[in-house]
Design a protein around this ligand. Sequence first.
Ligand SMILES: Nc1ncnc2c1ncn2[C@@H]1O[C@H](COP(=O)(O)OP(=O)(O)O)[C@@H](O)[C@H]1O
Ligand SMILES: [Mg+2]
Length: 287
Amino acid sequence: MTAASHQEPGIEIESFAPSPRALVTFESVTKIFGHLVALRNVSFRVTEGEVVCLIGPSGSGKSTALRCANGLESVTSGRVIFEGTDIAARNVDLRAIRQRAGMVFQNFELFPHLTALRNISLAPSLAGGLSKQDADAVALELLHKVGLPEKADQYPSALSGGQQQRVAIARALAMKPDLMLFDEPTSALDPETIGEVLNVMNQLAEEGMTMIVVTHEMDFARRVADRVIVFDHGEIIEVGSPEQIFEAATVPRTREFLSHLGWHQESPSSSRRRRKNKHQKTGRGPE
Ligand SMILES: Nc1ncnc2c1ncn2[C@@H]1O[C@H](COP(=O)(O)OP(=O)(O)O)[C@@H](O)[C@H]1O
Ligand SMILES: [Mg+2]
C-alpha cells in the first residue's frame, strides 16, 4: 500500500515519499593533469535507478569524470562521494568501491586467453568468494542475459566486437554492482553490431540499473537517459532532460556540439527531429 492511498484528496504527499538514494555525488571536483585542467568545479549527483548520459566533445573530461566516480583517478580538489563514502578518505577500500561500480570500456578489455565464460566468472570466483562451479553458473546466467549462451566456450578473438562488448557487460555485472559506468561502449564497434550492445544497455536501464553512460549515440541518450549532462573543456555547461537538451538546449555550445553530430534542434512547437542523412542510414538504437 502506498502513502498516497492514505491521503485525503488535495493533501500534499511528496514529503512522505522516501528520497532516492544518492549513489555518486561530485562536489566541486577539479582534476588537473600537470598543467591541464581536465575537470573544473564539476558537481552532479546520480541517484539510484537513474540513467545519466555524459555527452560533449572529445577531450572535454567525460572519461576523467567516469574514472573519478569509481576512484580509478583521484581528484585534485573537491569530493566524490560513493554510496555515502568520500572515496578519497583514508581507509577507504577502493577495490570494494570498484566492485560496486562495474565499468565497461570502449575496447572491451577482455582477457584474450580466457573463454567468454571464464572472463565473466573470474572475479566472482577470485574476489567474490564463489566456488568455480557457482561462479560459472552465474556467468552462464549472465551470458543468457546478454544473449550469448552459445558463446560460453569461445575465446574473445572468435567473437565479433558487439559480442565481446556484451561479454564485457556481463563481466561487469558479475559482481552485482550497484552502478554501471560505460565509457563510449559502442565507439569501437562496426555499425551493424552497435544496436545489439545498445539493446542490452536499454534492457539494463529498464530493469532499474543505475547507469552513467558516456556516449555519442544520441538516439540512445535521447530515449534512455533520465538526465543528460553536457561537458565542454572540463566543465559542465548544461544539464537537462533529454527533451530539453536535444530539442531546446539553451547553451550555444551545446547546440553547436549537437549540430556537429547531425542533430538539429527544433522550435518548441515542433516535435519532429531532423537528422542528417548519414545518421539516418545506420538505423541504430534499441527499437
Ligand atoms: N592520464 C592523463 N594524463 C594527462 N592528461 C590526461 C590524462 N587523462 C586525460 N587527460 C587529458 O584530460 C582531458 C580530458 O580527457 P578525457 O576525460 O579523456 O576527455 P573525453 O573523455 O571527454 O574525451 C584531455 O585533454 C586529455 O588529454
Ligand atoms: Mg573519453
